[in-house]
Design a protein around this ligand. Sequence first.
Ligand code: SAM
Length: 249
Amino acid sequence: MKIDIITIFPKMFVGPFKESIIKRAINKKLVEIKIHDLRKWSKDKHRTIDDKPYGGGKGMIMMIEPIAKALASLKSKKQNLNLKVILLSPRGKIFNQKKAKELSNLDHLILICGHYEGVDERVSKLIDEEISIGDYVLTGGEIPAMVVVDSVVRLIPGVLKSRETIKNESFQLVKINGKNLKLLEYPQYTRPEVYKGWRVPKILLSGNHHQIEKWRLKQSLKLTRQRRPDLLVVFLLFAKLLLPLTFLF
Ligand SMILES: C[S@@+](CC[C@H](N)C(=O)[O-])C[C@H]1O[C@@H](n2cnc3c(N)ncnc32)[C@H](O)[C@@H]1O
């Protein structure tokens, strides 16, 4: 997979992509990530990429021309390539694990980081979608782009050592009684067995894998109901599904 990031602060990406799983994915050539300074596509010697908003108002708006030129140069000319151009924006659709999974199947992803008061609205003609990482406003699209890249790259086959890690994670779909449920992950423990009198649940030391699976599912359902009941709302409508599960609550 290839990821191109268009930004006016390329140095912001130096640290995050040189550590941990992303670094490993790059080294294993499972992903190629390139950071592009938008100013490269500016047309004046001051490398201007922003201007005042029409109609007045505070702040600056990123101009469409440098972005259009950047996209024209970065978009692959190859036919049938699975490509998406995404603008990071607080007005976009909220990012989630399902979207991360969908993006991890692309051949080529281009991310545009906005700054200042945002980007000229006509950029909508050049992109496939807008993504927000949450209902709050950040200074720029760089941190949201890092969030998207991190969550997408770890889902590319071969990046994580074991596919099992992904299978059991929060927000992964779990099939129960033929229906898909999105759950939070169950509680995890490691050594020591007792710390300040706080014990690891006995069942986890039993070696009984069937009972451990059952306990974990029960804990996942309990946690999801307590902390993220919204994830279960749709499924609560399926009485047929939840009736057989009531023993778990
Ligand atoms: C200061 S924000 C602009 C906010 C804009 N004036 C508004 O009120 O919607 C500058 C840039 O940061 C990025 N950004 C800020 N918050 C974001 C969020 N929650 N998700 C994704 N990108 C965000 C976008 O690229 C945006 O163009």
